[in-house]
Write a protein that binds this ligand. Sequence first.
Ligand SMILES: Nc1ncnc2c1ncn2[C@@H]1O[C@H](COP(=O)(O)OP(=O)(O)OP(=O)(O)O)[C@@H](O)[C@H]1O
Ligand SMILES: [Mg+2]
Length: 366
Amino acid sequence: MIVKRVELNDYRNYGRLLVDFSRGINVLCGDNAQGKTNLLESVYFGSVGRSPRTPRDKELIKKGCDRGKIKLTQEDRGGENTVEIYLDRTENKRVAINGMPISRMGELMGVIAAVYFSPDEMRIIKDAPGDRRRFMDIALCRMSKAYFYLLGRYNKILAQRNRLLKSGRATDDVLDVWDAQLAAEGAKIVKTRRGYVERLGAYANEAHGYLTDGKEGLILEYEGFAGEDADEIEKNFSAELMRNRERDKALCFTSCGVQKDDIAVKIGDVDVRAYGSQGQQRTAALSFKLAETELHYAQSGEYPALLLDDVLSELDPFRQRKLIERSKRYQTIITCTHLPAEISSALGEFALYSVRGGTVEKTGKL
Ligand SMILES: Nc1ncnc2c1ncn2[C@@H]1O[C@H](COP(=O)(O)OP(=O)(O)OP(=O)(O)O)[C@@H](O)[C@H]1O
Ligand SMILES: [Mg+2]
């Protein structure tokens, strides 16, 4: 899949913008604060309906404007499709696919396939478990609408259970009902995520070996309720809920569940989350993302677009070259403030765009 065209209206620092991207590598070059990240963000927003930078959609509307719009045109084996997102200061966002409004955000998943990587994402390895869970959930939601709705159901049940605990009216009878539902939906989530981490782990190991010239391998393990199948996971989850019940009543919230799970990241027997060097953590984060693109390809037969925001400057020259070489498999959109000759020559053929003060000009195909 490739992103052919991005059209923005009153989005971030853009008034009106229309950019056509090339199939291979696209380089967005410009000084600080000109709109490079904003443009990549709009592509990612069209992909998952969520900005990688903020949970508040209203921040995306150009200052001083009441509404904004993103329109993306993609092309895959099936032909062309468009995604339009309308942002409004006073209403929730509205989305249309091929001109038809959608009522559930799940419908958006999978139309624009994009993997976003920035210095912020490099922290995914050392950050709190929540970031790794979000990574996994977003990837799974994009691959499966069923997972998107499953996660929604689980979160709703969890919120209702927490409200009940806070109300002080949590009797064992009522908790039995909520716990059964929570464990049943939670078990499906664990099973799906564990399968995902297993498949992702194989690709991440391959990518990490590639980026480090075979010096290091990466092992990923899902950390959550044990169990071979959903039934067994459900039993373990139920038992844990029961064990924690009195404590949950006292604390007024649910202290166990899939909302606490994590991915263990190891190089050999070293836990990279706690003990990895910064370079190892960055490389491992990049391996996650490259693995995500491969997994997407294995599932759909199409590569997602790879969005690399300011990433090259964070890597040593060897890893920069390896990443550039790898990027040639995908449609890649890279941002940078300047383009050193050695990077330019490693890129080979690419489309170059100059980003300045909310305008984007194609300055050539090199
Ligand atoms: N809602 C908004 N309305 C208007 N301008 C905005 C809005 N949100 C962000 N901006 C501005 O957009 C400008 C460009 O931001 P962006 O993050 O895209 O820069 P960049 O080109 O990626 O720069 P850098 O190289 O520093 O990363 C910034 O000056 C920022 O203040
Ligand atoms: Mg930026």
